[in-house]
Design a protein around this ligand. Structure first.
Ligand SMILES: [Fe+2]
Length: 514
C-alpha cells in the first residue's frame, strides 16, 4: 500500500469522508475497461476483509476520491472527482471518466479511508478516424483458480497492448477440491453473497491484479460466471426450475457487474444487456457477444457437452444469440467503418469432429456452434456480407485453435469438413477464427483431438496442452496473432514464449502460418 500524503491524513478529511476501516481497503486491486476515444471506466472495490460477507465494510456508503493523471507520479492530474462506494454494490466503484484525449496512456488511482490504491495504467481508444498506428490487443479466457497460478497474467501485464479482451470463465463456480494447486474458499456459489466471495478469491490474485492494472479490459461472460453449460434460464442438469435459475443468474450477473470495469447499467434482475461494441479508430471494431443468456438449450438432451450429433443440431429454431442480439449484430456490423471486424465471443464457431470415423456422425461439442448449425449459417452470412475482414475471437475450450470458417451446411449425418479454398476445395472461406487457450483451466481431450484434426482441413492449428493468451496486432494490411504460452502454472512464476504465429491478410480470409 502506498503511503498517503500528509494532507490527506488530516482528521478533517478522515472525519468528513470516511469511517475508520479495519484495514487497508484496496485488497482487490484496480481496473479499467471499455475504453472510448475520450474516456474509460475505472473500477475498484473497498474490502479490508475481502472474504467476509461485508468485505469488512460498514453498512453505509463510503466516499472514494479518484484521480486520472498523465504521469505516474500524478504531477499532471487531468481529471478527478468523488464516487460513492455503496453497500448494495459490495462497495465497488465504477467511474466513467470522460474528457480524455484519444489514444493516450493515463494513470489512475483511488483514495479512501486515508489510503491510496495501487496505481493503474490505462489507454484510451484511438480517435474515430485514426488508422496509422497499429491496434494491438490480447485475448484470454478460462481461469480456474484451483488448477493453477495465473502466471499468464503476470506476462500479459508486460505486453504492450491497447486492450485485453477477456472472453469469459473469469471465475469458476466449482466446489473446493483438495487435490489442486489452490483452493476455492467455499462451496459452489448460488446467491449474491456466494458469488461476491468467489470474486474476492479471484480478484485477490496478484498476477490478475497486475494484468488489470496494466491495460484496459473488455470483458464478456461465459457459462462458469453462473454455472457450467447453462442455457438461458435452464440449469445444466435442470436441477432447479427456470424461475429458481433466473434468481441464481440475477445474483451471478450482479456480482460479475460489481467486480468488472464495464460500461453497463447496474443489473437489477436476471436480464442484463451485456453485448456491446468497442471501436478502435478505422482499424478495429470489437463486437462483444453474449452466447449464454439468450441461447436455446443444448441439442440432443445430453447434460454433457460432448456427444453424437442428433437432428436437433440442425433445428432452424436453435439459437446462440437470440433474435434480438442477432439483429443488433447485423446492424452493428453494417455500421462498422473499420478495416478489421473482430467478433469477441465465447464458444468455438469452427467445425470440429472429435471422432470423424465413428458411424453416426462422430462426436461433436453440442455446447458450441456445432450444436447450433442454423445459427452458425446465419452468422456466416452476416460475416460474409456485412463487414470487411471479420475475425472471430473465442475462448471456452481451454486449447488453442485456428479455423477457416466456411459457408456450410449440416454436421449431422456425418458430414465432416471437406476443406476450404486455401486447401483447394470448393468451400468458401468467410472468416478466420482464433481460439485462445486458457489461463489455467485444463483440456482433457488433447490426445483424442490431436488424432482427429489431421483429417479436417479447415482446422489450421491445434494445441491442447499449453496455457497462456493470444497477442494480436492489426494494421491496414494484415492481422498477426501470436499464441503466447507460459512454461507452467503449478508454481507462481513461469516464463512465456510464442508457440505459434498466424497472419490474415486484409481482403483474403483464411489464416496462414507467419
Ligand atoms: Fe472455461
Amino acid at each position: 500500500m502506498v503511503a498517503v500524503p500528509r494532507s490527506l491524513r488530516s482528521p478533517l478529511f478522515v472525519a468528513r469522508d470516511t469511517p475508520r476501516l479495519s484495514g487497508p481497503p484496496f485488497t482487490l486491486g484496480v481496473a479499467s475497461g471499455d475504453p472510448l476515444p475520450g474516456g474509460v471506466v475505472l473500477w475498484t472495490r473497498l474490502a479490508p476483509e475481502p472474504q467476509t460477507p461485508t468485505g469488512g465494510m460498514p453498512a453505509e456508503p463510503v466516499s472514494v476520491r479518484w484521480q486520472v493523471a498523465r504521469d505516474e507520479a500524478f504531477g499532471k492530474i487531468v481529471r478527478q472527482g468523488k464516487a460513492l462506494a455503496k453497500p448494495d454494490a459490495a462497495h465497488t466503484v465504477h467511474v466513467d471518466v470522460a474528457g480524455l484525449e484519444p489514444g493516450r496512456d493515463y494513470f489512475y488511482r483511488f483514495i479512501a479511508a486515508g489510503e491510496e490504491s495501487p496505481v493503474g495504467r490505462t489507454r484510451t481508444a484511438p480517435a474515430p478516424d485514426a488508422s496509422r498506428r497499429p491496434v494491438r490487443f490480447a485475448f484470454a479466457s478460462c481461469q480456474q483458480y484451483e488448477e493453477g497460478y495465473f502466471t499468464a497474467h503476470r506476462h500479459l501485464a508486460d505486453e504492450d497492448v491497447d486492450l485485453v479482451a477477456f472472453l469469459g470463465d473469469y471465475i469458476y463456480e466449482d466446489d473446493p477440491s483438495d487435490d489442486k494447486v489452490r483452493r476455492h474458499e467455499a462451496v459452489e456459489p448460488t446467491d449474491l453473497a456466494g458469488y461476491r466471495a468467489r470474486y474476492a478469491t479471484y480478484k485477490a490474485d496478484v498476477d490478475l491484479q497486475a494484468a488489470h492494472a496494466a491495460h484496459p479490459w473488455a470483458l464478456i461472460w461465459d457459462d462458469h460466471e453462473v454455472e457450467n453449460n447453462y442455457a438461458a434460464d435452464r440449469a445444466q442438469r435442470d436441477t432447479v426450475s427456470p424461475a429458481e435459475f433466473r434468481d441464481r443468474r440475477a445474483a451471478a450477473y450482479r456480482a460479475w457487474w460489481e467486480h468488472q470495469p464495464v460500461r453497463l447499467r447496474a443489473p437489477t434482475g436476471p436480464d442484463v444487456l451485456m453485448y456491446r461494441t468497442l471501436d478502435f479508430g478505422r482499424l478495429a471494431t470489437f463486437q462483444l457477444l453474449d452466447t449464454r443468456q439468450y441461447r436455446t438449450d443444448q441439442a440432443c438432451g445430453s447434460p454433457v457437452d460432448i456427444g453424437a450429433p442428433c437432428p436437433d443440431v440442425d433445428s432452424p429454431d436453435a439459437t446462440l444469440l437470440g433474435d434480438t442480439q442477432s439483429r443488433w449484430l447485423a446492424r452493428a456490423l453494417g455500421r462498422s467503418r473499420s478495416r478489421w471486424n473482430l467478433i469477441a465471443q465465447q464458444v468455438m464457431v469452427g467445425r470440429v469432429n472429435f471422432a470423424p470415423t465413428l458411424p453416426g456422425g462422430g462426436i461433436i461439442n453440442l455446447d458450441q456452434w456445432d450444436g447450433y448449425t442454423a445459427a452458425r449459417r446465419s452468422l456466416m452470412k452476416q460475416l460474409a456480407q456485412l463487414a470487411p475482414n471479420p475475425v472471430v475471437l473465442t475462448g471456452d475450450i481451454h486449447s488453442s485453435w485456428v479455423h477457416d470458417l466456411v459457408a456450410e451446411g449440416s454436421v449431422a449425418g456425418g458430414s465432416v469438413a471437406k476443406g476450404s479454398d486455401a486447401s483447394g476445395t470448393s468451400e468458401r472461406v468467410v472468416a478466420t477464427e482464433l481460439v485462445g487457450t486458457s489461463i489455467t483451466s485444463s483440456f482433457p481431450l488433447e490426445a483424442i483431438v490431436r488424432d482427429a484434426v489431421a483429417s479436417q482441413p479447415t482446422i489450421k492449428y491445434f494445441e491442447g496442452t499449453k496455457h497462456g493468451y493470444v497477442r494480436a496486432e492489426v494494421d491496414e494490411r494484415q492481422l498477426r496473432a501470436d499464441f503466447r504460452y507460459v512454461s507452467g502454472i503449478d508454481a507462481p512464476t513461469a516464463t512465456v514464449e510464442t508457440g505459434a504465429s498466424f497472419v490474415v491478410e486484409a481482403g483474403r480470409p483464411g489464416a496462414q502460418p507467419a
